[in-house]
Design a protein around this ligand. Structure first.
Ligand code: NAD
Length: 431
């Protein structure tokens, strides 16, 4: 089987597994089956051709997608990804997770996701800019600050968002920067947005340690992935006295049982590009990282990292999913049997969309919050979301895991909103 086909199969499985989780949660929460009918299919899926003039004068036509999964709570919200391996099903699954995430954390957005199928690292900056602007023109009026609000995702960044804001504003003939979040500060971005997902992971891990009676200041942490999410979380763990004993990236991992110096490691990665070769550490591979003897394991790299072949090796008491979809359903079962608490992605990595919401609010009202205000509000939101979901899980899901509890909690809120908006045929009041 080719790598592409294997990748596609994995992603198709992700959508199938997510739909099966959604159905199970609806049954367990005793919600109307009509809720599943609303959630199983995106409200709108758009595929567009994106013509781009290349540096050599030729024209290439890329394929782009925007999946608007559900808007019962408000405008669609979700990242824009530039990657050669994206598939329609992977974008549908990611958009559904956004619906569940926004509902869970209580921000008034629906779920969406977008992508352009491309190897963006092979494009020049000008080609990327033309491609981004062409995507906005191709999507036309389906984007908008009250309609659908993209944000950065894999291989897109604040600059990409600024191009979208500019193209959209030109088309509307007025400045309308609230059409995207994750923008540079100079054009309406929000302080703290860049670190928000890692910061949210840290707050949730701290709450989970409390719930498990693990003294947080003494906790030993292992982190897979040292990019935006992993490195920002690592810094906060280290600053609060925890020992970050192992970290990895695509080059492999580094381990020191006394704790790694995270500031020096960040410097090392800035200089060399990778964690590999960091002094005062022992080299380990990514599988060894997942099996390190620690209290909290944070997968913050890719999907499908904890699987049925390595879940039994996990020694951590708590797994906090910084990445989207790092644990397969088979691994979930093994971790549950081994009494490992898995704090699911839709809760653990929702700090990014929460601060995106803060950015959108500030854009709409012309406010500028300072960093202390943003971080305090994020901390309140994340701590509250953890407590609500953990309490609900302990109360309702005696035989299930926290992911099931989070899905039930999130979908219950969605069902309530669908009920009041008149989307369900729930004459007897049951939804
Ligand atoms: P990033 O590109 O900044 O970092 C990814 C890190 O993972 C890098 O250190 C990379 O070297 C490492 N990595 C890649 N392949 C690996 C492998 N095979 N084994 C180990 N490490 C590997 O990405 P990010 O923004 O930090 O996102 C990481 C995850 O978090 C993704 O699943 C993303 O969808 C999810 N996420 C990110 C945000 C956000 O705001 N950035 C929000 C929600 C969820």
């Amino acid at each position: 089987m080719s790598v592409e086909v294997e990748q596609e199969k994995k992603q198709d499985n992700t959508l199938v597994a997510t739909l099966s989780m959604v159905r199970q949660a609806i049954d367990l929460a005793e919600l109307s089956p009509e809720v599943y009918e609303h959630l199983k299919t995106p409200m709108r899926f758009v595929e567009v051709a994106i013509p781009v003039e290349m540096e050599d004068g030729s024209t290439r036509v890329f394929t782009g997608y925007r999946c608007q999964h559900n808007n019962v709570f408000g405008p669609y919200k979700g990242g824009l990804r530039y990657h050669p391996d994206v598939t329609i099903d992977s974008i549908k699954a990611l958009s559904m997770w956004m619906t569940l995430k926004c509902s869970l954390v209580g921000v008034p957005f629906g779920g969406a996701k977008g992508a352009i199928v491309c190897d963006s690292q092979q494009l020049t900056v000008k080609e990327k800019e033309r491609m981004t602007r062409s995507y906005v023109r191709s999507l036309g009026s389906i984007l908008g600050p009250e309609t659908d609000i993209p944000a950065p995702d894999v291989f897109t960044d604040a600059q990409t968002m600024a191009w979208i804001a500019d193209e959209y504003s030109s088309n509307m003939r007025e400045p309308s920067f609230g059409v995207v979040t994750g923008k540079p500060l100079a054009v309406g971005g929000c302080v703290g947005r860049n670190e928000a997902t890692g910061r949210g992971v840290f707050f949730v891990a701290r709450e989970a340690a409390k719930a498990f009676n693990i003294p947080f200041e003494d906790a030993r942490i292992a982190i897979q992935g040292f990019g935006n999410v992993g490195s920002n979380a690592a810094k906060l763990f280290a600053d609060s006295g925890c020992s970050v004993i192992a970290v990895s990236d695509v080059s492999g991992g580094v381990y020191n049982k006394e704790g790694l110096d995270i500031c020096k490691l960040i410097d090392h990665v800035e200089r060399t590009g990778y964690v590999k070769g960091f002094p005062d550490s022992q080299a380990i591979d990514n599988q060894e990282l997942l099996a390190v003897d620690c209290d909290i394991l944070v997968p913050a790299a890719l999907e499908n990292q904890l699987t049925e072949s390595n879940a039994a090796d996990v020694k951590a008491k708590i797994v906090v999913e910084g990445a989207n979809g790092p644990t397969t359903p088979e691994a979930d079962k093994i971790l549950k049997e081994n009494k490992v608490l898995v704090v699911p992605d839709i809760l653990a990595n929702s700090g990014g969309v929460t601060v995106s919401y803060f950015e959108w609010v500030q854009n709409n009202y012309g406010f500028r919050w300072d960093l202390a205000t943003v971080n305090r509000r994020l901390e309140e939101k994340m701590a509250e979301a953890f407590k609500m979901v953990y309490h609900y899980y302990c109360e309702k899901c005696v035989d299930s895991d926290m992911r099931t509890g989070a899905y039930m909690y999130s979908i219950k809120r969605l069902a309530e909103a669908m009920h009041f908006r008149g989307w369900l045929n729930d004459k007897n009041g049951k939804y």
